[in-house]
Design a protein. Structure first.
Length: 212
């Protein structure tokens, strides 16, 4: 509901209204909102009330990609010599999941693609052997935030993203650190160029979403 815009960005979330609409008690709604807070999709404000986080605007979009470009190529280079056969198998499985996933215009259709994409990057980040790097990448919630740009459009760049992931995986399988870092950098650069047209212009008071 948040990703599809049924719950509008930067708007108060009514627990009473959600519980009524979903036919459940307040408890599972509160538990779901706490989970979404961890994903950076909602935030708790004054008096414990939840609000959906703003959509990425131009400035916050650029900041997100600048951070990714600092962290993820380095992580891929470090992971090239450290990933275990189990890690490589998990990456292959995740890539296979992306290839089988839907790309359609609402989150029920493309949610698996987005979650498998995030998992692919998380495995590489963890494989770098530096928990601070892995934690920093996780706290960006980049794939959750970017998935909101696909609402009503679907995954507009699925073929390109899959090709990039295959190239990254091939470099990691060969244990080539420079190639892994370079292909990750190229992937993130290309992703930024493809998604930039979907981002709304910044306004004067547009904040970057705070890490959760």
């Amino acid at each position: 509901m948040v990703i599809d815009g049924v719950l509008a960005p930067d708007a108060r979330v009514s627990i009473d209204a959600l519980a009524l609409a979903l036919g459940v008690s307040h408890t599972p709604v509160r538990e779901a909102l706490a989970h979404l807070e961890g994903d950076g999709l909602v935030a708790k404000r004054a008096h414990g009330r939840y609000w959906t986080t703003p959509m990425l605007a131009a400035e916050s979009f650029e900041h997100l990609y600048a951070a990714r470009l600092r962290l993820e190529p380095f992580a891929a280079g470090e992971a090239a010599a450290r990933l275990t056969p189990t890690d490589i198998a998990a990456l292959r499985q995740t890539l296979g999941g992306m290839e089988q996933a839907g790309f359609g215009g609402d989150y029920r259709q493309y949610g698996r693609f987005s979650s498998e994409d995030a998992r692919f990057h998380a495995i590489i980040a963890a494989g770098a052997g530096n928990p601070f790097i892995a934690d920093a990448i996780e706290r960006l919630h980049s794939h959750v935030q970017l998935s909101r740009l696909y609402a009503s459009r679907g995954v507009i760049d699925a073929p390109e993203a899959l090709a990039d992931h295959r190239a990254i995986l091939a470099a990691l399988e060969r244990q080539e650190a420079r190639a892994a870092a370079l292909t990750m950098r190229q992937h993130i650069d290309r992703s930024r160029e493809r998604l930039r047209p979907l981002v709304r212009p910044a306004t004067q008071n547009d904040p970057c979403p705070a890490p959760q």
